[in-house]
Design a protein around this ligand. Structure first.
Ligand code: ZN
Length: 584
C-alpha cells in the first residue's frame, strides 16, 4: 500500500474510531470499527488483515485520549457527525432560550465555600458547565462568601471546591471571590441610594415588619436621600453596630409577597466577633445575597442563570434592582427539586454530622459528597451523564443510587480488570486431583488483550491435594455432597465442611457437567497466592478476606471488579490491599 493510501485509510479509521469511542465512554472497539469501515469503503474488503492492523494502531492512540479530548477532535473536524451521533446515542440538553440575543453564552456556578460539593450540587455544576461547552461559551466559578456570621466560609473549602470541579471535569474559565469585591458592592449601593432607589433603614426588625405587612413605608423610607447618604457613610465608618442599620432596595410596597417588599441589600456585621476567614475584620458592612449576586451577574455578563426553583423569589427581588440600575435581567432557568433516596443531600445535616463526629471525614463512604464518591470509584462521567439525563426540567425528580450506578457501570465495565476476592475465607483442601493444571484467567471477559494471570495447580502429597481459599458463603456444612465449580478451573465435590475449613474431592474438569447439573460457580484463591484484603463498604463497615496476590501490582485509584462481589476502587496497596466498594 502506498503512503498516500495509507494516510487515507488511517483518516477514515480515525473518524469511525473516534465516533465509536465517544459512544462507548471513550473506548473504541476494534470489531465494530473494522466492520463499519468495510461497510462504508468496500474497496478495503480484500485487505482485511491490513485494515485490522491499522485499526488496532489507531484505536490504541484514540483510546489513550480522554472522552473530552475525543469530543474536541470530532467537534473540530467533523462537527456534523457529532450532532448526528449524539442525537442517536445520548440524551442532549434542550436548547437554552434566546441564545441568538447574546454574543457569547456565559453561565456561572456560585457556591458558598462553607461545605464541600456533593451530589446535590452536581446538577447546577454540570448543567451550567455543559451549556457553556455546548455554545462555546464561558463557565464562571464565583465564591459567594459574604456571610461571615451565619454561613461562615471556611478556607479549606475554596480549594476543595476547585478540586471537586476539576474532578468532575467542569473546570471554570474564570473565577471570582465575592469577599474580594466588597468595594464594588459599596459603589452600587451608593448609586442606588443616591438615585433614591435604596435607603438606610434603622428601624427595629419588628417595627419594619409591621409597616411592611401593612403596605406602609417605614419611618426611614421617605426621608431625603441626603440623610440616607449620610447614614450610609456612618454605616461604613462603624457608627452603627450590628443590627442597627440595613440598606434596603425599594420595591413596589404592595407587591403580593411581603418577603419581596423593600428587601435588605447590605447590613452591618460585628466582624471583630465574626472575622471573615479571608479578609478578617476589614469590612463591617456586608452585602446580602441578592445585592452581591445580582450585581455580579450583571458585571460578569452572565447570560443564563441556571438554578433551583427555590430562587424564583430572588429573581423577583433582583429585578427591582436591575430596573433601578437600567440593566437587563439574564435569562433564567429554574429547575425542580432533586431527591436521591438513601442519600442525604442536606448541607446542614452534613456539616452537623461532621461536627458531631458521626462521619470520619468528608470522604466518609456513607456521604454523597464528591470526595466520598471519588473515593468509592464512582466516575465523574457517570455523575455528568446522570445530570444531563435529568436536565433542567422544572418538575421535581426522585432518583435512587441505582440510577447513578447504571451510568457508572457503563463507564467501568469495559475498563475494569477482574480479580478474585474471597470474603470470609475458609481453607478448602481438594483431594484426588489427577494431574497438574495450568489455568489462565483473563483480566477482562470481553477484552482478552487486557492480559491474564496464570496459576499452576500442582497436586501434592499422597492424596494429590491442593488448598484453596473459598468464601464461607459458598462452602458451608449445608453444601456437603454437592458439586461446585471453581471458576475456570474444575469441578469439586464437597466432602466435609465446617465454619473454618472444608474438604473436597476432584470431580471433573468438564464445564459441560457443571452446566448440566447447574453447579454453582465460585471464585477461589490458591493458598499461598493470596494477600490480605479489606473492602470499605458504603455503610462504612469492612468486608475482610483475601485477594489474589497479583493484586499487589495494582495502584491507588485503579478501579477493578472483584468477581461476584462488585466494583471497587483501590485505596492502598502494601502488604495488605485496601479498597473502597463502589457498587455491584
Ligand atoms: Zn426603617
Amino acid at each position: 500500500m502506498t503512503a498516500k493510501n495509507d494516510t487515507e485509510l488511517k483518516g477514515f479509521i480515525r473518524k469511525i474510531a473516534l465516533l465509536n469511542a465517544v459512544k462507548h465512554e471513550g473506548k473504541a472497539q476494534t470489531g465494530p470499527v473494522v466492520g463499519k469501515l468495510l461497510g462504508e469503503k468496500p474497496k478495503y474488503r480484500t485487505r482485511v488483515k491490513e485494515v485490522s492492523q491499522a485499526v488496532s494502531t489507531v484505536i490504541k492512540e484514540i483510546n489513550g485520549l480522554s472522552l473530552r479530548e475525543q469530543l474536541l477532535v470530532i467537534e473540530e473536524k467533523w462537527p456534523e457527525a457529532l450532532v448526528k451521533e449524539k442525537v442517536q446515542e445520548e440524551k442532549r440538553l434542550p436548547p437554552l432560550p434566546n441564545v441568538a440575543n447574546y454574543q457569547r453564552i456565559v453561565t456561572r456556578y456560585s457556591p458558598n465555600p462553607d461545605c464541600v460539593l456533593h451530589l446535590g450540587s452536581a446538577r447546577a455544576i454540570v448543567l451550567c458547565h455543559e451549556y457553556a461547552v455546548m455554545y462555546n461559551g464561558k463557565f464562571i466559578l464565583r465564591f459567594e462568601d459574604t456571610d461571615p456570621k451565619l454561613k461562615r466560609p471556611v478556607l479549606e473549602f475554596y480549594d476543595r471546591i476547585r478540586e471537586d470541579l476539576a474532578w468532575v471535569e467542569c473546570k471554570p474559565d474564570e473565577e471570582y471571590i465575592q469577599s474580594d469585591r466588597i468595594p464594588i458592592y459599596y459603589e452600587y449601593a451608593e448609586r442606588l441610594i443616591n438615585d433614591g432607589n435604596a435607603y438606610v433603614c434603622t428601624c427595629q426588625h419588628d417595627e419594619f415588619r409591621r409597616s411592611i405587612l401593612a403596605i406602609q413605608p417605614c419611618k426611614c423610607r421617605d426621608i431625603p436621600k441626603e440623610e440616607h447618604l449620610a447614614r450610609w457613610r456612618r454605616m461604613l465608618e462603624g457608627v452603627y453596630k450590628e443590627g442597627e442599620a440595613v440598606v434596603r432596595v425599594k420595591t413596589d410596597l404592595s407587591h403580593p409577597n411581603p418577603a419581596v417588599r423593600d428587601w435588605p441589600a447590605l447590613r452591618v456585621l460585628d466582624t471583630e466577633k465574626y472575622p471573615h476567614p479571608r479578609v478578617g475584620s476589614k469590612y463591617r458592612v456586608w452585602p446580602l445575597y441578592n445585592l452581591a449576586a445580582g450585581v455580579d451577574d450583571h458585571l460578569m455578563g452572565i447570560t443564563h442563570i441556571i438554578r433551583g426553583k427555590e430562587h424564583l423569589t430572588n429573581q423577583v427581588r433582583q429585578e427591582y434592582m436591575y430596573h433601578h440600575l437600567g440593566w437587563k435581567y439574564p435569562e433564567t432557568i429554574h429547575y425542580g427539586r432533586l431527591k436521591i433516596t438513601g442519600a442525604s443531600l442536606s448541607k446542614s445535616k452534613l456539616v452537623q454530622g461532621m461536627r458531631e463526629g458521626l462521619y470520619r471525614n468528608w470522604d466518609d463512604p456513607r456521604l454523597a459528597t464528591f470526595a466520598a464518591l471519588r473515593r468509592r470509584g464512582i466516575s465523574p462521567e457517570a455523575i455528568r451523564r446522570l445530570m444531563i439525563d435529568i436536565g433542567p426540567k422544572t418538575s421535581d425528580v426522585i432518583l435512587s443510587w441505582e440510577n447513578l450506578y447504571a451510568h457508572n457501570r457503563k463507564v467501568l465495565d469495559p475498563v475494569a480488570d477482574r480479580y478474585f476476592f474471597v470474603q470470609d475465607p475458609i481453607e478448602m483442601s481438594v483431594k484426588s486431583i489427577p494431574q497438574a493444571f495450568v489455568v489462565r484467567l483473563n483480566l477482562h471477559p470481553d477484552n482478552p488483550e487486557r492480559g491474564f494471570r496464570e496459576y499452576k495447580i500442582v497436586p501434592s502429597g499422597n492424596d494429590g491435594s491442593v488448598s484453596f481459599w473459598v468464601s464461607r458463603k459458598d462452602v458451608s456444612p449445608s453444601n456437603i455432597g454437592m458439586v461446585l465449580r471453581l471458576m475456570e478451573l474444575f469441578n469439586v465435590k464437597i466432602v466435609n465442611a465446617s465454619l473454618y475449613a472444608a474438604e473436597a474431592s476432584f470431580e471433573s474438569e468438564s464445564y459441560g457437567q457443571a452446566r448440566d447439573i447447574k453447579a454453582q460457580l465460585i471464585h477461589w484463591v490458591p493458598v499461598g497466592e493470596d494477600m490480605p484484603c479489606r473492602v470499605v463498604m458504603p455503610d462504612a463497615t469492612l468486608a475482610e478476606g483475601v485477594a489474589e496476590r497479583v493484586c499487589k501490582r495494582l495502584k491507588r485509584d485503579d478501579v477493578i471488579q472483584f468477581e461476584r462481589f462488585g466494583f471497587v476502587r483501590i485505596d492502598r496497596v502494601d502488604d495488605e490491599l485496601t479498597a473502597y466498594y463502589a457498587q455491584k
